[in-house]
Design a protein around this ligand. Structure first.
Ligand code: Q46
Ligand code: ZN
Length: 303
């Protein structure tokens, strides 16, 4: 197996590109993909302040590392969601990386700062833990970015994540989600900050390789609630397709973005947006779900 670029010894083979790379040329390829994605979708430039969402997993750590290395103005944001040992361990990994590399980091703890407990809320609301957790995260990503004057919120979503989400949304024709699925989601309200996914063409395996080569510490464990999630089943199905027909995931995403997404564009733009009567953040109801969660948690501690 020879490196396609320098003809040296290849150490990673990327089936969908029918190409092997040595370590240095893999880093060159990885860098190029990220740069190309940022430029192609006009995600941000060096003057912008970027808030990078960090979970402590390989994807977000890779994103944080590469953006900082390339000289972007990045600040990490870690949210402690109160998921037992998983949250404690991930916070340690993230804080130690920020400290060692002199990077800015914002840490929020939903229990300490807002009195929120995703388990209690999920019971009270009869909603899944992930649905409560997801609402809280989305709210805080935007609020912290907006309050801090950031131009974009960047997440480490990779090609496997994007293809699995797309498959799930297509299977039930979730028009609203399909309308929002994009490597760049422009703001449609002055209080909504743009969302970007610079790693959307890179796979989980490529991100893993990137963090290993760069000796970046990351949390190997997945969130315990991810186990059994539908997205994992979709990823398995897509991996089987990819095995038989390399490039399937990338084609699925690229053709959706080029030909499919436009059919859902107006669904996204036509959503009626309001400002929450309590916190002023953007919502579709009078009081946003985050403020409802806080109110419910307070009532429950009082009773
Ligand atoms: S952190 Fe939260 Fe995820 Fe864990 S509880 Fe579910 S949504 S799985 S990305
Ligand atoms: Zn609110």
């Amino acid at each position: 197996m020879k490196c396609v670029r320098c003809k040296g010894k290849g150490i990673i083979y990327l089936k969908r590109h029918n190409a092997a790379f040595c370590q240095d040329c893999f880093l060159y390829y990885y860098n190029n993909q990220v740069k190309k994605n940022i430029k192609k979708h006009r995600m941000f430039d060096k003057k912008d302040k970027i808030l990078v969402v960090i979970s402590g997993g390989k994807d977000s750590m890779a994103l944080w590392h590469i953006l900082a290395k390339e000289g972007y103005n990045v600040t990490g944001m870690y949210i402690n969601l109160g998921i037992g040992q998983y949250s404690d361990k991930s916070q340690q990994v993230v804080e130690s990386f920020a400290q060692k590399n002199g990077l800015e980091l914002i840490v929020k703890d939903i229990k300490k700062e807002y009195g929120l407990d995703i388990y209690k809320l999920s019971k009270l609301l009869k909603r899944s833990t992930c649905s409560v957790c997801g609402s809280i995260k989305r709210y805080l990503f935007n609020k912290i970015a907006y309050d801090g004057g950031f131009s974009a919120v960047a997440t480490g979503h990779n090609l496997d994540d994007e293809a699995a989400t797309l498959l799930g949304n297509v299977l039930s024709w979730e028009e609203g989600y399909l309308a929002r699925q994009s490597p760049v989601l422009e703001s449609i309200h002055p209080k909504l900050v743009k969302k970007v996914k610079p790693l959307y063409t890179l796979t989980e395996r490529e991100n893993l390789f990137y963090v290993l080569i760069n000796k970046i510490e990351f949390l190997h464990d997945e969130c315990p609630h991810a186990v059994g999630a539908r997205s994992i089943m979709y990823k398995d199905v897509l991996n089987r397709l990819e095995e038989e027909s390399p490039g399937t995931k990338q084609r699925f995403i690229t053709s959706f973005l080029e030909k499919g997404r436009k059919h859902f564009q107006d669904v996204y733009e036509k959503v009626e947006l309001k400002e929450c009567s309590i916190c002023g953040q953007v919502t579709t109801t009078d009081v946003c779900s985050f403020c409802r969660f806080v109110r419910l948690s307070n009532q429950n501690t009082e009773n």
